[in-house]
Design a protein around this ligand. Structure first.
Ligand SMILES: *Cc1c(COP(=O)(O)O)cnc(C)c1O
Length: 429
């Protein structure tokens, strides 16, 4: 494009010429909002209009946008060491982050493997578990997962996610997975029986702990998950706990793992890992998993890596983000959001348009009651999306479920405004 054209056209017009957006039907896509800057829980568009980032920019921003501490640390790092191959080489940011992270995780987590997003963190977790059995000459080939799970958009991650309209074009290419319901007091005995019946076939069980995010913030109990995990341990089914979404304070504690007594074999992290500033993925594992790859036989190596594995800038951002997470101020903010969400649920729980209002930590979800069928959900979803955007609030309803999970620094005033506008929408739609 010529520089004259660039001067005449708006950013969104130039966008429409060259860009294909994620999760977007481009035929009748709404004109994207061009964001020029962000700070704290605020986003600012080209015209200077402010939006409250009520969903932490797709669940990643935890300390607020453009946090000066993270910015300073990353800026110093890029002047010192920007990137280096991570096979045969190492660096301070990667080692420091691994040490910091392992200190916060269940004791059995002993090793850190780096990738660059949540999907690849899951791919590595699956490969670790599958090859764990392979390396020991055991034929455990099946994967167990929850209905409605979401673990990412690459092929392995798609395979273990619940099958849906999103995965339909690829179903023929996805590997077979055994699905079970999330546990409840009523079905737990039956789930355990199902697992026992096939345990010698199962390589691993992969699950989102406590909250199934993409499925519509579906929540289930820690007590039941604990019981299921204990049973998997007994049946020697390896557990992959996907904390890509639930990690770093989202559930009110550092990790969903902190709500549980049992520890998984493998854990996945991304999203809030760098405070949402840069792409990075982490897969951690137990000593037992790691040891299954130690061998004089070269074929027992974990042959996996990405060009940007353990990028020093991303590791630095993550290290800085963990420093912030551990500060008393941040912990107080997390508690404050948990408390205020609970108060809001109390206030609107009985509203006639509320089918269900639920909360896990800083995650609040409200299911709209609708008499009509599912196609109406799409219309309602778009209505609500526009409604909130017009009010200066970024929300992204999942069907008839709206949810908020703000950056922890959001002010009481902004949170009140979001709550009030939700009440306003409940009166209208
Ligand atoms: C978002 C998400 C992923 C995928 O992470 P990406 O970085 O988007 O690839 C995996 N698992 C869970 C639980 C997620 O919420």
């Amino acid at each position: 494009m010529s520089s004259i054209e660039q001067d005449i056209l708006s950013l969104t017009e130039r966008d429409a010429r060259v860009i294909w957006h994620p999760y977007t039907q481009m035929l009748h896509a709404i004109v994207p909002t061009a964001i020029v800057s962000a700070s704290g829980s605020d986003l600012f568009d080209e015209d200077g209009k402010r939006y409250i980032d009520a969903i932490s920019s797709w669940w990643v921003i935890i300390h607020g946008h453009s946090h000066p501490y993270i910015a300073d640390r990353v800026s110093a790092q890029i002047r010192k060491l920007d990137q280096v191959i991570f096979a045969g080489f190492t660096h301070q940011p990667a080692v420091e982050l691994a040490e910091k992270l392992l200190d916060l995780l269940p004791e059995n987590q002993q090793k850190v493997f780096y990738t660059d997003n949540g999907s690849t963190a899951v791919e590595v977790a699956l490969k670790m578990c599958m090859q764990y059995w392979h390396n020991q000459g055991q034929s455990r080939k099946m994967v167990l997962a929850f209905h409605n799970g979401y673990h990412g958009d690459t092929f392995g991650a798609m395979s273990v996610s619940g099958r849906s309209a999103w995965t339909a074009p690829f179903d023929a290419y996805l590997f077979e997975v055994i699905y079970i319901d999330t546990p409840t007091a009523e079905n737990i005995a039956d789930l355990k029986k199902q697992i026992s019946a096939m345990s010698d076939q199962l390589a691993c069980f992969v699950y989102e702990p406590l909250v199934q995010g993409s499925a519509g913030m579906l929540m289930y109990g820690a007590k039941e998950l604990d019981e299921l995990m204990k049973h998997c341990r007994k049946e020697q089914v390896l557990m992959i706990q996907d904390e890509v979404f639930t990690g770093f304070g989202r559930t009110g504690k550092h990790f969903a793992a902190n709500h549980l007594n049992e520890a998984p074999d493998v854990m996945c992290f991304s999203k809030g890992l760098t405070g949402g500033t840069m792409p990075l993925g982490v897969t951690t594992c137990s000593e037992d998993i790691y040891n299954a790859f130690l061998s004089k036989d070269k074929l027992k190596t974990l042959f996996h890596g990405h060009s940007f594995t353990a990028n020093p800038l991303a590791c630095t951002a993550a290290s800085a983000s963990i420093d912030l997470l551990l500060m008393e101020d941040t912990q107080r903010n997390i508690e404050r959001i948990c408390r205020r969400h609970a108060g809001f649920i109390h206030r609107i729980g009985e509203h006639m348009r509320v089918e269900s209002a639920r909360q896990t930590g800083t995650i609040l979800a409200i299911e709209w009651r609708t008499e009509t069928g599912t196609s109406y959900f799409d219309d309602l979803r778009n209505l609500l999306y526009d409604y909130f955007l017009n009010k200066g609030i970024l929300m992204r309803p999942l069907g008839n479920v709206i949810y908020i999970l703000p950056p922890y620094c959001i002010s009481d005033e902004d949170l009140d405004y979001v709550y009030e506008e939700i009440e306003g929408a409940l009166e209208l739609y």
